[in-house]
Design a protein around this ligand. Structure first.
Ligand code: EPU
Length: 338
């Protein structure tokens, strides 16, 4: 394992923010993890584990050790009458895992096609798109417990998954490094095309028989049409979560703003489309210097090249203030600010 000094993190975050880190290393085994953590301990350095860097906004240089999780492997570890159990190391690219499953007709994650980021980051924030969340296909994971230096298993209940949430973001924050996850995928697909845009896209594609491949392609088409490709325009997907409100708030908002998109969430809870709130405040397509709000999806903040993390953060604060002023709703960041 090599530890390098004073390098740019531009290539390691999808926002493409050009900050520097004091130290940087890539880990490929549990031994590497132990070595990296002991280096940080010995030198009393803060450290940060990253995957694909697709959910981070760096607002300043990092004084410490960045540990890039590069653990690789994908294997089918078991199958029963109805399911395949696919184990993937945390450092794999999420979409590569999706493509592998689609190629082999393992069903369940086709709706989660083209989500940027690594496999290890997927359980952390329970990634979701087009009516499916990681928790719907999750079987178990293994994680390295930093304080005791042991490897522990977590099943679905242990992870306490919720909308873009897990126990690793709340109660157990910063205590574990995800090593691998195991997905339970179906032999007989149960297609989920309830999310309106998927049906429309399948019709556009003249799709006559449903398959995991067709749904994946539909999702790829939809995402490509409105979400900027981080290789071309720096971004981290949705910058904010869709806020959760109760029935009373939903009723009041609908009265005042009849066209507001509100969807039922869990029991007695509703989700408001944050992209709509931001668009209504006039931010969609906003650009100043090299930072802005995407013209096709207002929930996505972008770096056109040389934006500073702080500029994007300040924009997010201004957006949040105007949404609060107009709707009385406070937006919560989905992206981690470092
Ligand atoms: N909308 C607008 N203006 C906009 C954007 C959205 O009016 O600029 C309204 C429209 O009414 C639209 C509705 O918002 O029908 C929902 O928009 P969209 O389908 O694009 O989804 P979203 O709620 O904005 C969420 C996830 C995305 C995920 C999509 C599809 C969150 C925070 N975001 O976005 O996830 O891909 O649904 O399932 O829940 C991500 O987490 O990084 C991400 C991209």
């Amino acid at each position: 394992m090599e530890i390098v000094q004073n390098i740019s993190l531009k290539a390691f975050n999808t926002f493409g923010i050009d900050v520097r880190t004091q130290y940087f290393t890539e880990i490929e085994s549990v031994d590497d993890i132990r070595e990296a953590l002991s280096f940080a301990n010995k030198n009393q350095l803060p450290y940060l584990v990253i995957g694909g860097g697709s959910n981070i906004l760096f607002t300043q240089n990092f004084q410490g050790l960045i540990i890039k999780n590069n653990l690789k492997s994908i294997e089918v570890i078991h199958e029963d009458q109805n399911n395949y159990y696919i184990k993937s190391s945390a450092g794999e690219v999420w979409h590569q895992l999706v493509l592998y499953c689609i190629e082999n007709n393992y069903a369940g994650i086709e709706n989660l096609s083209l989500i940027p980021g690594s496999v290890g980051a997927a359980p952390l924030q329970n990634i979701g798109a087009y009516g499916v969340e990681l928790k719907d296909v999750f079987y178990e994971l293994e994680a390295y417990h930093i304080p005791t230096q042991t490897i522990e298993k977590f099943d679905l209940n242990d992870c306490a998954f919720d909308y873009r949430e897990s126990i690793f973001k709340t109660k157990l924050k910063n205590q574990y490094i995800i090593l691998n996850i195991t997905l339970q995928l179906k032999k007989n697909p149960q297609f989920n095309i309830e999310y309106g845009a998927i049906k429309e896209e399948l019709e556009k594609m003249n799709c006559t028989s449903l398959s995991v491949k067709a749904i994946s392609q539909a999702v790829i088409n939809i995402r490509s049409s409105k979400l900027p490709n981080p290789k071309e325009i720096g971004n981290a997907g949705s910058f904010f979560k869709n806020p959760i409100i109760n029935q009373e708030q939903s009723g009041q908002l609908k009265k005042e703003f009849p066209s507001i998109p509100i969807y039922p969430s869990k029991a007695n809870q509703f989700k408001v489309a944050a992209g709509w709130l931001i668009e209504q405040c006039g931010w969609k397509g906003f650009r100043k210097a090299d930072y802005g709000c995407h013209a096709k999806q207002a929930l996505v903040l972008v770096n056109y090249g040389t934006a500073k993390g702080q500029e994007i953060f300040d924009l997010s604060t201004a957006i949040n203030e105007s949404v609060f002023e107009k709707f009385g709703i406070e937006l919560e960041c989905e992206v981690n600010i470092v």
